[in-house]
Design a protein around this ligand. Structure first.
Ligand SMILES: *[C@@H]1O[C@H](CO)[C@@H](O)[C@H](O)[C@H]1NC(C)=O
Ligand SMILES: *[C@@H]1O[C@H](CO)[C@@H](O)[C@H](O)[C@H]1NC(C)=O
Ligand SMILES: *[C@@H]1O[C@H](CO)[C@@H](O)[C@H](O)[C@H]1NC(C)=O
Ligand SMILES: *[C@@H]1O[C@H](CO)[C@@H](O)[C@H](O)[C@H]1NC(C)=O
Ligand SMILES: *[C@@H]1O[C@H](CO)[C@@H](O)[C@H](O)[C@H]1NC(C)=O
Ligand SMILES: *[C@@H]1O[C@H](CO)[C@@H](O)[C@H](O)[C@H]1NC(C)=O
Ligand SMILES: *[C@@H]1O[C@H](CO)[C@@H](O)[C@H](O)[C@H]1NC(C)=O
Ligand SMILES: *[C@@H]1O[C@H](CO)[C@@H](O)[C@H](O)[C@H]1NC(C)=O
Ligand SMILES: *[C@@H]1O[C@H](CO)[C@@H](O)[C@H](O)[C@H]1NC(C)=O
Length: 560
């Protein structure tokens, strides 16, 4: 049982943030959980888990202030407090039944002088389409009952990388079902049949973005040190931006997708999501493990894989030229005002800012082509993935049989207000053997990569900058993009209800977080991470506003 000192302090009326009877839920920017530490000396020696960095957690364990078991217990308690109880954010689908014994093993190794890597004993949450071995006691469902109880052939390559670096896989996070590939025509972002509707921690019942929705929510309030999402057309960038996090979608071919439930081999990628750029770089070092023969896109990557922490420097933007693709900036929005402020910061940091318009954006940013290609790819990728399963209780093998499965289980897979036809129905017979398939792939890749590379080269800039509303152009090109906290929509922003959803959600909403983006050419991750680091160190916008009061977990390390 947990003795929650924060709770006791609240009862005793010791806290500095005002009367507990007030409704602190909405738009309150002054509530600061760190205030607890000023009133209870017992917290002063421990990192605040709302914000704790991997370096702080590692240092605390190295100094013997706390153990991985205590840290894991604290995170599990915080998940319990906000995921199933309190605001019921539903960001986590399942926690690892072996998390505490794995943490005990990590502690024993540390006592023995063995540190597996920079993530030794650090709890990490991963999106539920990223495979873990059956022995870990957690399903890999992509949010669908068609995959509940299925047995993967083993850990995905990215999970192996995390484990080799010493991480504890704390649990699996909720997501837009099938990584939003089913949701886009009728199901809300952040909804899955297995996990239900997860909601943003910055406003009650608000849209968390997606499809890596649960990782976004969970990491935004410190339910783990950091997490993994996946990105096909914006699924890391959107929830990172909307949940006030740093997120990276990397070049296709850098990180292996083996063991990840797919949509499209041309566009799927795994991406880290974290509260700081340094934490994100540490995750990159664990998951970018070099060539994987089972994912031949990774065979052509430049070697060696860089150390993503190596270029982190406050001076990384000095003498750098950056370009603004003007068609992505709407100067009538609040985001643009924050963006212009950021441009001034970049100039102060020594960067030169010029226009870098992407001239062919209209021809290439074509939703019809994109959907056609995702559908055709899914028709190939889903059967391939299902064949890898060691056990497949639903019997689903193809997109057609998935449609049949959903029709046969409307109670599970067709919520009452769900009426739209899935895109995949329309495209179920599209095949990769059609000439249009090859032409579409070639067109999007050529126009996309070409468009970005031309904007960079013609304007002599090393990256493009914007606010985080547009990630699709990088995704369609297979190129990288990083987002980090920039600002929040004003408190006066109306909460707009999203219609026809099982659970009503709001988007946009008051105080909605949004990010700042650096986008670049293939394999420029280390550079983009360095730019983001310099901007972060100069601004620290993440803490300009915290989650709403009920969504902030109160349990801290001294409570377990
Ligand atoms: C706080 O205010 C919000 C919005 O006005 C309302 O929905 C919620 O029920 C209130 N909560 C409490 C605990 O009074
Ligand atoms: C600690 O190291 C010793 C000597 O190498 C070994 O015998 C022991 O099993 C180790 N204990 C753990 C828990 O790893
Ligand atoms: C990967 O292998 C497939 C055949 O299995 C081949 O068609 C494709 O060109 C290869 N891709 C790369 C990037 O090597
Ligand atoms: C970029 O596009 C904007 C309009 O969207 C235009 O005003 C500007 O002149 C263009 N810049 C360059 C360098 O072409
Ligand atoms: C720009 O933003 C304004 C204010 O939100 C909006 O009314 C307008 O439609 C936007 N313009 C475009 C082209 O999206
Ligand atoms: C998108 O591509 C399709 C197929 O090539 C074409 O018919 C359509 O006109 C394009 N749409 C736009 C807006 O360019
Ligand atoms: C797909 O093909 C099957 C078998 O030929 C056919 O029964 C079905 O109607 C087709 N679906 C669509 C959406 O065209
Ligand atoms: C491009 O910019 C760099 C500075 O970032 C400068 O040294 C170089 O001369 C420029 N090249 C051209 C062709 O303008
Ligand atoms: C919502 O549902 C109503 C009634 O079923 C339908 O007429 C309407 O088109 C739907 N709206 C959207 C945005 O899907």
């Amino acid at each position: 049982m947990f003795i929650n000192r924060a709770f006791l302090a609240t009862v005793a009326g010791l806290l500095t943030f005002g009367p507990v009877s007030a409704n602190l839920s909405v738009g309150n920017v002054d509530v600061n959980p760190l205030a607890m530490r000023t009133t209870c000396p017992c917290y002063a020696d421990y990192p605040d888990l709302y914000e704790a960095t991997i370096d702080e957690l590692s240092a605390g364990m190295a100094a013997g202030k706390f153990t991985s078991v205590q840290l894991t217990k604290a995170y599990l308690a915080r998940i319990d407090e906000t995921n199933w109880k309190g605001p019921k954010l539903r960001s986590v689908i399942v926690t690892n039944p072996h998390a505490l014994s794995l943490a005990a093993e990590a502690d024993a190794l540390r006592k023995n002088g063995t540190i597996l890597g920079p993530l030794h004993g650090i709890p990490i949450l991963i999106k539920d389409n990223i495979g873990v071995q059956p022995e870990d006691g957690m399903d890999t469902t992509a949010g669908s009952y068609a995959l509940v109880g299925a047995k993967t052939p083993g850990d995905s390559v990215v999970v192996k990388g995390l484990k080799e670096h010493g991480a504890i896989i704390l649990g699996k996070t909720n997501m837009a079902q099938w990584a939003y590939w089913r949701s886009s025509t009728g199901l809300p972002n952040g909804w899955s049949s297995v996990g239900g509707q997860c909601t943003n921690a910055y406003y009650p019942q608000a849209n968390p973005g997606g499809s890596s929705s649960g990782t976004g929510i969970a990491i935004s309030i410190g339910l783990a040190a950091a997490g993994l999402g996946s990105d096909t057309g914006g699924s890391v960038i959107s929830p990172s931006s909307t949940n006030n996090l740093v997120g990276l979608r990397s070049t296709i071919g850098l990180i292996s997708r083996t063991g990840v439930v797919p949509i499209s081999e041309h566009h799927d990628t795994v991406g880290p999501m974290a509260r700081t750029v340094k934490d994100l770089a540490l995750l990159m070092n664990a998951i970018a493990t070099g060539p994987d023969p089972a994912d031949n896109y990774t065979l052509a990557q430049p070697m060696p894989v860089p150390d993503y922490t190596a270029k982190l420097s406050k001076d990384a933007l000095k003498g750098v030229r950056l370009g603004i693709p003007q068609h992505f900036i709407n100067y009538s929005t609040p985001q643009a005002a924050a963006f212009l402020g950021a441009v001034e910061v970049l100039k102060d940091l020594g960067a030169t800012i010029v226009d870098a318009n992407i001239t062919n954006i209209n021809s290439w940013n074509n939703g019809t082509l994109r959907n056609y290609m995702f559908a055709a790819d899914f028709n190939v990728a889903l059967p391939r993935y299902m064949k890898t399963l060691a056990y497949n209780p639903s019997g689903v093998t193809t997109v057609q049989s998935l449609i049949d499965y959903n029709n046969a289980h409307p109670d599970l897979e067709k919520p009452p207000t769900y009426e739209a036809m899935d895109l995949w129905y329309q495209y179920v017979n599209v095949s990769e053997t059609e000439p249009m398939y090859r032409e579409t792939i070639d067109f999007l890749s050529r126009e996309g990569k070409g468009g970005i590379d031309a904007a960079l080269k013609d304007n002599n800039v090393s990256a493009l900058i914007m606010y985080s509303v547009q990630s699709g152009f990088s995704a369609l090109s297979g190129y990288p993009q990083i987002t980090l906290p920039l600002s929040f929509l004003p408190p006066g922003q109306p909460a707009v209800q999203v219609q026809n959803h099982t659970v009503q959600t709001y988007t946009p909403f008051p105080g909605q977080p949004y990010g700042f983006t650096f986008a670049g050419t293939g394999y420029s991750e280390a550079t983009l991470i360095a730019y983001a680091y310099a901007f972060e160190q100069a601004t620290h916008h993440r803490l300009d506003k915290r989650a709403y009061w009920e969504a902030i977990p109160k349990i801290q390390l001294p409570d377990v």
